[in-house]
Design a protein around this ligand. Structure first.
Ligand code: PLP
Length: 377
C-alpha cells in the first residue's frame, strides 16, 4: 500500500471535543463533594460564563433547547402567539415556539450572512407577533440593532455563537436580551449536553432558575412549587467540564479561527464554491462549523458519498430548511418556494470536518478531496 492510499483511508472526524486534565480535576472535585447537582460548581460556572460574555446574569441549563424554551416563556410567549425566526437553523429554534402552542413564523435569510433578514422579518410582523428569535447562524452575529428597532421582545439563539462579537464590540450574549448558548459535544465549549442563558434582568434569572428546577423558588421548601416547572437542570459534573473549558476558551476559539483561516486558503479558487462570509469591521464570527455551499447544479449527495467512500472524509448536508421538514410541512402547510434564499442555501450547504486541533495536513486533505470531487481531472 502506498502512503497516499494509507493516508486516504485515515478517517478525519467531523467534529471532536478537546478534553484536558483540568476537566478531570474539576469532575473529581465534584465527585468528592458528593453533590452532583445544584452543587458547588453551578454558581461559579454561571458567574464565570456571564463574565466571559459581559452579561449581568447567567443560568445554566440542561440543553440549548431547554434554554430557548425557558427564555421564550420568560418573554411571555404563549398560546396563539407568533414568534418570528429563521428557517435556516437547527430545528430546535422553531420547535420551542411550538412547545408553548405559539406559531413559529419564518422569514427569509440574508444570502451573505445566512442570518434572518431584518427586512423580511419586518414584513412578517402581525398583531400576534410576541417575540423575535434571531439565530446567530454558524456563529455569525445576527443584526441585533435592526431587530431591536421592532420594539418586540428579542430572544437570541446563540447556541452556535460562543466567542462571537457584534459590530459595536459587544460580545454575543452581552446585549442584555436573553441569549441562549448550547454545549452539545460539537460546540465551542462542551459539557456533553448542556446550555446557558445570559440576560440583564435579575427577575428573568430568578424565573429561569425556578422553572429549570420544577418551579421551586430558591428559598422554598423542597416539595412546594409555586409555578409550573421542568427538570432542565445542568448537573455539576457538566458544570465541571464547562468551567474547565471556559478557563481556556480563548485557546479553543483561536484554534477554530486558525483552522477556518487554513480552510479559506486551501479552498480558494474553486469555481462556484461559496465559503462562509468573512468578518466585517469589528464584527467577529465565533467559529463553530465550516460550512460551504457547493456550486449550483452540483449533485450534493454524490459529493458527500464520494468524499466518504473515496477519501474517508465525513461531511453532511447542513442545515436542511426547517419549514420543509415533514413535521413543519404537515403541521403548518409549508411548501417549496416560500423562502427562496434559504432553500437555495440549504440545498447546497455541506459541513466539512472542523475542530480546534485539526492539523494543516488534515485541512489540506479535505480541501484536495473536495477539489478533486468537484473538478475531476
Ligand atoms: C442554532 C441552534 N439552536 C438550538 C440548538 C439546540 O441546542 P441543544 O442541542 O443543546 O439542545 C442548536 C444545537 O445544536 C443549534 O445549533
Amino acid at each position: 500500500m502506498t502512503s497516499t492510499t494509507r493516508t486516504a483511508r485515515e478517517q478525519i472526524p467531523l467534529a471532536q471535543p478537546v478534553i484536558g486534565d483540568r476537566e478531570e480535576e474539576l469532575v473529581l472535585q465534584v465527585l468528592r463533594s458528593r453533590r452532583l447537582s445544584l452543587g458547588p460548581l453551578l454558581a461559579p460556572f454561571e458567574e464565570a460564563f456571564a463574565r466571559s460574555v459581559g452579561a449581568r446574569h447567567a443560568s445554566a441549563i440542561s440543553s440549548g433547547t431547554a434554554g430557548l424554551h425557558l427564555a421564550l416563556r420568560g418573554a411571555g410567549v404563549g398560546d396563539g402567539d407568533e414568534v418570528i425566526t429563521s428557517p435556516f437553523s437547527f430545528v430546535a429554534s422553531a420547535n420551542v415556539a411550538v412547545y408553548e402552542r405559539a406559531r413559529p413564523v419564518f422569514a427569509d435569510i440574508d444570502p451573505v450572512t445566512l442570518n434572518l433578514d431584518p427586512r423580511a422579518a419586518r414584513a412578517a410582523v402581525t398583531e400576534r407577533t410576541s417575540a423575535l428569535l434571531p439565530v446567530h447562524i454558524f456563529g455569525y452575529p445576527a443584526d441585533l440593532p435592526a431587530f431591536e428597532r421592532f420594539g418586540l421582545p428579542v430572544v437570541e439563539d446563540a447556541c452556535e455563537a460562543l466567542g462571537a462579537i457584534h459590530a459595536d464590540g459587544t460580545p454575543v450574549g452581552g446585549s442584555g436580551h436573553p441569549a441562549v448558548f448550547g454545549f452539545y459535544a460539537n460546540k465551542q465549549l462542551t459539557t456533553g449536553e448542556g446550555g446557558m442563558v445570559t440576560m440583564a434582568d435579575p427577575a428573568l434569572k430568578e424565573r429561569i432558575d425556578s422553572e429549570r428546577n420544577q418551579g421551586r423558588a430558591a428559598n422554598m421548601d423542597w416539595l412546594d412549587h409555586d409555578r409550573l416547572g421542568f427538570n432542565y437542570r445542568l448537573s455539576d459534573l457538566a458544570c465541571a467540564l464547562g468551567l474547565a473549558q471556559l478557563e481556556r476558551l480563548d485557546d479553543l476559539l483561536a484554534g477554530r479561527a486558525h483552522v477556518a483561516a487554513l480552510y479559506r486558503q486551501a479552498l480558494a479558487g474553486i469555481e462556484g464554491l461559496d465559503l462562509p462570509c468573512p468578518d466585517a469591521g469589528r464584527l467577529r464570527r465565533g467559529w463553530f462549523v465550516f460550512v460551504v455551499q457547493l456550486p449550483r447544479g452540483t449533485d450534493r449527495d454524490l459529493v458527500v458519498r464520494e468524499l466518504g467512500s473515496r477519501y474517508g472524509i465525513p461531511s453532511k448536508p447542513y442545515f436542511p430548511a426547517v419549514h420543509l421538514m415533514s413535521y413543519y410541512r404537515e403541521r403548518f402547510g409549508h411548501r417549496e418556494g416560500e423562502f427562496p434564499v434559504c432553500e437555495d442555501v440549504a440545498a447546497r450547504s455541506i459541513a466539512l470536518p472542523f475542530f480546534p486541533v485539526m492539523t494543516e495536513g488534515q485541512v489540506a486533505r479535505v480541501a484536495e478531496a473536495l477539489r478533486a470531487v468537484l473538478q475531476p481531472a
